[in-house]
Design a protein around this ligand. Sequence first.
Ligand SMILES: [Zn+2]
Length: 258
Amino acid sequence: MELIDTHCHIDVEAFDADRDLVLKHSREQGVTRLVVPAVDAAHWSSLLDLCREKNGLYPALGLHPVYLESHKAEHLPALERVVEKHRPVAVGEIGLDYFVRGLDHERQQRLFEAQLEIARNSDLPVILHVRKAHDRVLSTLRRIRVKGGTAHAFNGSLQQAQQYLDLGFKLGFGGMLTYERSNKIRGLARQLPADAIVLETDAPDMAVSVHHGERNSPEYLPYCLQSLAEVRNELPEDLARQTTENACAVLHLDEYLV
Ligand SMILES: [Zn+2]
């Protein structure tokens, strides 16, 4: 069984002390490939170095909406250059966050659109971070067409999910699936077609229920698979195969050259 963690911040400080061990444990659990999205320009080069150094790590480069205050105007042309030079698997993570207070919506929008244009011009998919802003993200995606991608930790409606699928996106599901009280997310995971879903941990955030309150880790991805299988009443091995195929297809992982 092979699983892909399509959203994992394995590059962050929380893993500095035991990153190799975490990756070893992940591989032992069948989690052989991890997509590592960037959040700000300061970490692009260390993220790229890490992905070059370790097997099975795939970089995405971008400017995360929540870190709006650390992004500067010159980071956009810098992103364009670094994307052209290093050809990451995606531009990300990018998007709109209307949940966190104090993040200017129009500034987020300009940053998002500029990064969608970079993705479009480079013919790359995107990794989306969206909270309480699905309709605005969808209308923006209809204006600036990119090569699909993933909507990470999807928490919109079934109708919005369908619109992402129509635009060539897959929807990311992770730790929230493991909580029985996550009725909405579990309902979505049950109703969506199997080819719409990719798995993710978002480690070190969003721990699975059995490790609640601890650091999350890509080695826990099989718990997400197990919950997905229970919710859909399907076999874990079938969903492992399908979600891995989905991740490879939408992020073109098999074409990626280190
Ligand atoms: Zn993230």
